[in-house]
Design a protein. Structure first.
Length: 316
């Protein structure tokens, strides 16, 4: 049995393979391939305990369990601490234990970018990123390597005044305010730990695609819910989940139906804005973890996505 450390996870999957894996996770989920379940609960102190499991035919079972500890910010370590167990598809024997904090950072940012990429945008978008922890830094990097960003503007209080970071053909620049980071951006990626809005309609492009990682509970609201009233497309990896901006929006507000990202590019460019919510699924954890163990090309060869209309294997 192998142990895959954080460093190994972060170095074993390329940016494009990561986003391809998350797009495949959307396909598997939307078509009901395999079996997946998840649970989460808060303790009285506000800490979150969670578990995700996903069994994919041809690949095996991945079980991620861990905690989210807000107090870790003061300790200078990731708020998510977790481990992923990987079990052989045939015998069920344990093949590996994978560092779950790094898996979470990769799959969450990767899923956000994979979902945003399904909404047609300009060829070289201006990207704004709010937050620069493990997920925000990954999202900023993916914006250059996968979204082919012309520029990436980042706001994170701890990074104000830091020099730009060169990545591929784009500069990741740190701005003094959230508004400076997202004003005029074609794509806005919210990767903060804030429970109150960091993005408002003021300064937000009229056709921006805005994505959120930290709105996965009704009380977590990374952007102004009023922005949703200007959206013609709303994507969520778990549509039944009560994402904060959706939960807090006035019931009288008319919204487009919340859709699951399928991994395929939408056949049209929506008028107005688009919103994307990522809460995380067992499919995403599974493909990120197996990719860390055997590489995405090997994972891709071992899994099979049913064609549309084909009977799926397993229960999702």
């Amino acid at each position: 049995m192998r142990y895959i450390s954080s460093g190994e996870v972060l170095s074993s999957v390329s940016d494009r393979d990561l986003v391809a894996a998350m797009a495949q996770a959307f396909k598997l989920h939307s078509r009901g391939t395999g079996t997946s379940c998840q649970m989460s609960a808060y303790d009285p102190g506000g800490d979150l305990v969670f578990g995700h499991a996903c069994k994919l035919p041809g690949l095996g079972t991945a079980v991620k369990t861990g905690v989210q500890l807000p107090g870790n910010r003061a300790r200078g370590i990731p708020t998510v601490q977790a481990g992923v167990l990987l079990f052989d598809d045939d015998s069920g024997s344990m093949e590996a234990v994978v560092d779950g904090a790094s898996v979470t950072a990769l799959r969450t940012a990767g899923a956000l970018v994979a979902a945003v990429a399904t909404v047609p945008s300009v060829a070289h978008p201006k990207v704004g990123v709010l937050g620069y922890g493990p997920q925000g830094a990954t999202a900023a990097r993916l914006a250059t390597s996968v979204l082919n960003a012309a520029s990436v503007n980042v706001y994170a209080p701890s990074m104000v005044g830091c020099p730009p970071v060169e990545h591929l053909a784009a500069l990741i620049e740190f701005k003094a305010s959230a508004r400076e980071a997202y004003a005029g951006a074609d794509i806005v990626l919210c990767c903060t730990s804030s429970s109150s809005p960091v993005v408002s309609k003021d300064g937000l492009s009229s056709n921006a695609v805005i994505g959120s990682l930290n709105s996965y509970e009704p009380h977590l609201v990374e952007f102004d819910p009023a922005i949703l009233s200007t959206c013609s497309v709303v994507l969520a990896d778990v549509p039944a989940k009560e994402y904060g901006p959706l939960a807090q929006l006035s019931r009288s507000t008319r919204l487009p139906q919340v859709q699951s990202p399928t991994g395929d590019i939408l056949p049209y460019r929506p008028e107005g804005r688009a919103a994307v919510f990522i809460g995380g699924t067992g499919y995403q954890d599974a493909l990120a973890s197996w990719s860390a163990l055997i590489g995405w090309p090997a994972v891709e060869r071992r899994i099979r996505v049913p064609s549309v209309g084909e009977e799926p294997s397993g229960d999702a």
